[in-house]
Design a protein around this ligand. Structure first.
Ligand code: E4P
Length: 214
């Protein structure tokens, strides 16, 4: 399973990169806005730190504008993946970009049928929003898993990115279901490595070691 980091915070990305477990980064307009910095320079910086796909989302809503924006964003770095919302215009834009081999991550996916359409349009990644589905009483992990089943069954050249991850159990359950990728906020990444028995065990080892030295 690949792990992406879901943030535009450069310091978080640097820290996560040092762990050697991050395969890519996803951003969205909300995460970019939080940084209060120039969009393109943030994306460029991320690409310099992480050697993997970096999703940058379009902010226009018509297909032609999305395509134009995509070409501008693609020029930032060869690893940029264009994030496009699953709307009618989004599908038109994704199809046009796929024809030109521009990698697309279709976002704001909340159903397996939306994922199927994204794959048919040639998207390289499909991003079901697990946490936001849970918020409205649906089973986000199940829907991510159903999206994955469709890709596996028809052998689409696409990967599922489980997005809107809120806690470590989301990651674990997606991993159990065979979901290709989870994109995790920095906080969740930190929570994934923590276990009280690891901390207690280390404390005990250090105590015993020191007392043997004295
Ligand atoms: C990533 O691709 C998504 O934009 C992000 O995971 C959404 O997360 P949220 O539902 O916590 O805003």
């Amino acid at each position: 399973m690949k792990l992406f980091l879901d943030t535009a915070d450069i310091e978080e990305i640097r820290q996560a990169a040092d762990l050697g477990v991050i395969d890519g980064v996803t951003t969205n307009p909300t995460l970019i806005a939080k940084e209060k910095k120039d969009f393109k320079s943030v994306i460029r910086k991320i690409c310099e730190i992480i050697d993997g796909p970096v999703s940058a989302e379009v902010t226009s809503t018509t297909s032609q504008e999305m395509v134009d924006e995509a070409y501008t964003l693609s020029k930032i770095h060869e690893n940029v993946v264009i994030k496009i919302p699953l709307t009618k215009d989004g599908l038109v834009a994704a199809s046009k970009l796929a024809e030109k081999e521009v990698p697309v991550n279709m976002t704001l996916i909340f159903s397996p049928n939306q994922a199927l359409l994204a794959c048919k349009a040639g998207a390289r990644y499909v991003s079901p929003f697990v946490g936001r589905l849970d918020d409205i009483g649906h089973d986000g992990v199940l829907i991510a898993s159903q999206c994955q089943d469709i890709i596996n069954t028809y052998d689409f050249d696409a990967e599922v990115i489980a997005a809107s991850i809120r806690h470590p159990m989301h990651v674990f359950h997606c991993a159990q279901e065979g979901v290709d990728i989870a994109t995790v906020p920095f906080k969740v990444l930190m929570q994934m490595m923590k276990h009280p028995l690891t901390d207690n065990g280390l404390e005990q080892f250090m105590r015993d070691w020191k007392s043997a030295q004295s």
